[in-house]
Design a protein around this ligand. Structure first.
Ligand code: 13P
Length: 342
């Protein structure tokens, strides 16, 4: 492990005024998103859609990195340039999702454990050859009656730590993502408790496995009431509770925190990040690593007419990326949405 290399990559990932686009949907998830907008989910359509995004002029102004899926990192743009090269030529870091998905946790109904450790050392070496500078592993924690169990939190935290150690061994920065799902009718207080327990366990396991916080990025879910909760959280409540849980659990020397959007609305996710960054200096940069909250309007625009709407879809991507980039500096306001190109 070369800590200087890891620190340099991590710093670039959360550079001021920039964030990460998650474009690492598995083919199954991608099918759901394409079905919803009436586009056939073929390998060629996935390639066209994603390379359209990556080729967006000036994307590097607001985007530091892109998380790719295994299929995508092996693909090429229409002029034959490898996807990771399309990105790195612009100064955008290519990243790669390396987990094999959340599977049912044995003896624990309704709970998941993320798999993918077998052969991971070899896969990381291959991805490094493709130009990957960072990786992502997503664990899923569900809130419900009597869940999450200790077993679920521990199994996921341990897997995240073993993944992160393997990444650092090969000088790839791990994004450690323990996602507490927004699904359900739980209160924001319950989300806080579960997030706190989960993050405590994750950082305990990372520490036990010898993972260096200075070369690690946390991808966190925000503390927020469940989607079906009768009492929805305000922007202020989400920002306050999320900052409180991070300050209570995250080592001060962690390289950075990026957020997932988790099913929040596009503008809502931007507003939450903005509010946090307006709430005084934190020990770590706070940025974004959204998939849906950035891509939803982009995919919609592109799907209307994939051949004719390339520029319109790219303008949409650039706009949402800019709004989120402004939010990393607390400089976003909802007034800016009136200039939306979509
Ligand atoms: P969402 O922003 O759509 O939650 O996706 C982020 C992500 O990468 C989940 O792993």
């Amino acid at each position: 492990m070369n800590l200087d290399v890891l620190k340099k990559i991590a710093k670039q990932m959360v550079a001021p005024g920039k964030g990460i686009i998650a474009a690492d949907e598995s083919s199954g998830t991608c099918k759901k998103r394409f079905d919803a907008v009436g586009v056939e989910c073929t390998e060629e359509n996935r390639r066209l859609y994603r390379t359209m995004m990556f080729e967006t002029p000036s994307l590097e102004q607001f985007v530091s990195g892109v998380i790719l899926y295994d299929e995508t990192i092996r693909q090429k743009g229409s002029d034959g340039t490898a996807v990771s090269e399309i990105l790195s030529k612009k100064g955008i870091l290519p990243g790669i999702k390396v987990d094999a998905g959340a599977k049912d946790l044995a003896l624990h109904p309704d709970e998941k454990v993320t798999e993918g450790l077998d052969g991971l050392r070899e896969r990381l070496a291959e991805y490094k050859g493709f130009g990957a500078k960072f990786a992502k592993w997503r664990a899923v924690i569900t809130i419900g009656e009597n869940i999450p169990s200790e077993a679920c939190i521990f199994a996921n935290a341990h897997a995240l730590a073993r993944y992160a150690a393997l990444c650092q061994e090969t000088d790839i920065v791990p994004i450690v993502e323990p996602e507490v799902l927004i699904d359900g009718d739980h209160t924001i207080e319950r989300c806080y408790e579960v997030t706190e327990t989960t993050l405590e366990e994750v950082f305990e396991e990372l520490n036990r496995e010898g993972v260096a916080p200075e070369g690690t990025i946390l991808k966190a879910s925000m503390v927020i009431a469940g989607k079906k909760s009768p009492k929805q959280s305000s922007v202020e409540e989400v920002a306050e509770a999320t900052l409180r849980v991070l300050n209570a659990t995250v080592p001060k020397n962690l390289a950075g925190v990026v957020f997932l959007s988790g099913g929040q609305g596009d503008e809502q996710a931007t507003a939450h990040l903005n509010k946090m960054n307006q709430s005084g200096k934190q020990p770590w940069p706070l940025s974004f690593s959204y998939s849906r909250a950035i891509q939803n309007p982009v995919l919609k625009k592109w799907a209307e007419n994939p051949a004719a709407n390339v520029k319109a879809a790219q303008d949409t991507l650039l706009f949402r990326s800019k709004m989120n980039a402004l939010a990393t500096q607390g400089k976003y306001s909802d007034e800016m949405e009136k200039d939306r190109p979509y």
